[in-house]
Structures are given as structure tokens and as C-alpha cells.
Design a protein around this ligand. Structure first.
Ligand code: CO
Length: 296
């Protein structure tokens, strides 16, 4: 489990015949969360329906300890999953289900809050760069009250595949170019790829047309069809009827980007802060359970 083999895709990736276009390019909002961690909320509340089953995507990246040192002290969650992907720096996780883990560069922490956990996510460093992402993946109604679950996936256990064009794909969830990621989920079938594209390299990924999909560029620049997507922008991909995937092309300096897609749940979304349920009554119950100490 401790050796990352980088597979090489056997054939050119000409698998996409009718590529999706970009519906919209989004800049996100600068905000703070936790005890004052500065971050950019890329997938904001108003996009939850559009990007169902994804509820939130935060990007954080700073060399200034003052922007992150306070971390995310104890706070509850219920009704969904959090996926934290570190590029640089270290965060320590502790939760009320008894899990503890240290998330390091290139690693992923996948936490299913289910019926509830209280956890903290604190920087394990006093200085240096902290950079990464947190994605919230919704749970179907039938699974919102399941037992909490947790997995640390160190960088060495993240599957990688290199395409003939030299694109390095880290497969966090789902499958790309014949390589399955560490995480699979039945109902929403999430795909979570971290792509490293050399200058001008192309990359194709099949996507079911009904799945909602986004691309977040965090280094360099890329093009999706005729649409340029600069650094620190999210492209929402159109669910074009008859489309079969997405085609990206890196700019002259190459690019790094996240490609995230999943099957929408089409269920009502009721959110109050860290609780995401289907109805207001369930939200009131979550708040009541938290206050009564029933989430721990
Ligand atoms: Co949290």
C-alpha cells in the first residue's frame, strides 16, 4: 500500500467525441471560516443546486501563518462528507468518533459525517505554506444518518496515471484512463482528479452527460473548447445533451487543475452552517442534537 505506482495509459485518450462546453466561469468569494482561516469559497451556496451533489469547494493557499494558524477548532457536521486534499503543509484531524490523523502534502482525508461528528482541523505547523482544498459531497437522504466514517489516504496511496501526452492524473475518486482511485461512492459516483498538464498538453475524460462537473484551475491556465479558464477560476461545464466528456488544453506554461464530477441527487437541500439535510425539521433536530451533546 505504500508504493505509488504511476500507471501509464496504454492508448491515446481519444475517447471524447462530443466535448462539453463551458457554461460559466466563476471567481469564487474571499471569506474566512473556522477561527479565522482565510480562503476562497469557489463553490458557493447559490451553486449547490447547479453542482449537486457537491455543496461546497474551498481553496486555501497562503505563506502567511496569520492566515491559517487559528485553524478550525471543534465544530460539528451532519448529513454529508468532507474531502480535504492537501498540496502543501500539514493539518491534524481529531473527531468525536475517536479518529485522529495527520494530513500531509499530497494526502487526502475523506470523512463521512453521517449522523454527526464534532471534529477539529488544526495546522500542524507554525510557519511555511499551507495550501489545499476542501470539498463537501452530499449524502443521499437514505445515508444522511449513517454511522460516521473516516479515512486518511496518504499521498503514496493516491493512484496516479500518466497519459501518452504526459498529463499526470492523480485519481482521488472515480476512475480515469483505466486507473481506479482510492475512493468510490455508489449513488453519486464522484470523480475527483488532480491534473498536472505540461505546456499545451491535452486531456480528455469521459463524463456521463447527466453528471454535474466543474474544473478548478489553480496553476497556469487552460482552455476548454473556445473558453479560456485562468488560474483561480472554476469552469462549470454545460450538461450538453449528447455530450460524452470534457477536453482540456493547457496554456503555454502548463496547468494544474481539479476536475470534479458526480451524479446529482435531485433531493431537497436544507443547510444550516455545518448541517446539510433535506428538510428544515431535520435541521432543527440536528441543532437540538448538537446542543444536547448527541453528536459526540
Ligand atoms: Co469540518
Amino acid at each position: 500500500m505504500n508504493t505509488t505506482a504511476t500507471a501509464t495509459a496504454a492508448t491515446a485518450s481519444a475517447t471524447v467525441a462530443r466535448a462539453r462546453t463551458v457554461e460559466r466561469v466563476v471567481a469564487g468569494q474571499a471569506t474566512q471560516d473556522g477561527a479565522g482561516v482565510k480562503l476562497t469559497r469557489v463553490l458557493t451556496h447559490d451553486l449547490q443546486r447547479r453542482l449537486d451533489p457537491f455543496l461546497l469547494l474551498d481553496a486555501f493557499g497562503t505563506d502567511n501563518p496569520g492566515d491559517y494558524i487559528a485553524g478550525f477548532p471543534d465544530h460539528p457536521h451532519r448529513g454529508f462528507e468532507t474531502v480535504t486534499y492537501m498540496l502543501e503543509g500539514r493539518m491534524r484531524h481529531r473527531d468525536s468518533a475517536g479518529h485522529e490523523g495527520l494530513l500531509g502534502p499530497g494526502g487526502v482525508q475523506w470523512m463521512t459525517a453521517g449522523r454527526g461528528v464534532i471534529h477539529s482541523e488544526m495546522p500542524e505547523q507554525q510557519e511555511g505554506r499551507l495550501e489545499g482544498f476542501q470539498l463537501w459531497l452530499n449524502l443521499p437522504a437514505a445515508a444522511k444518518m449513517r454511522d460516521p466514517w473516516y479515512r486518511d489516504i496518504p499521498t503514496a496511496e493516491i493512484a496516479q496515471v500518466q497519459t501518452p501526452e504526459g498529463v499526470l492524473v492523480r485519481v482521488i475518486a472515480g476512475t480515469s484512463h483505466g486507473t481506479a482511485g482510492a475512493m468510490q461512492r455508489e449513488t453519486t459516483e464522484p470523480l475527483y482528479l488532480d491534473l498536472q498538464l505540461p505546456a499545451q498538453a491535452r486531456f480528455e475524460q469521459p463524463l456521463p452527460e447527466g453528471h454535474n462537473a466543474l474544473v478548478y484551475v489553480y496553476r497556469g491556465e487552460l482552455a476548454i473548447g473556445a473558453q479560456a479558464v485562468p488560474r483561480q477560476r472554476m469552469a462549470i461545464l454545460a450538461n450538453t445533451a449528447g455530450s460524452d466528456g470534457v477536453r482540456l488544453e493547457a496554456g503555454p506554461d502548463g496547468a494544474r487543475a481539479l476536475l470534479i464530477a458526480g451524479r446529482p441527487l435531485h433531493e431537497p437541500i436544507a443547510q444550516y452552517g455545518p448541517f446539510v439535510m433535506n428538510t428544515n425539521e431535520q435541521i432543527f433536530q440536528a441543532v437540538e442534537d448538537y446542543r444536547a451533546g448527541r453528536l459526540a
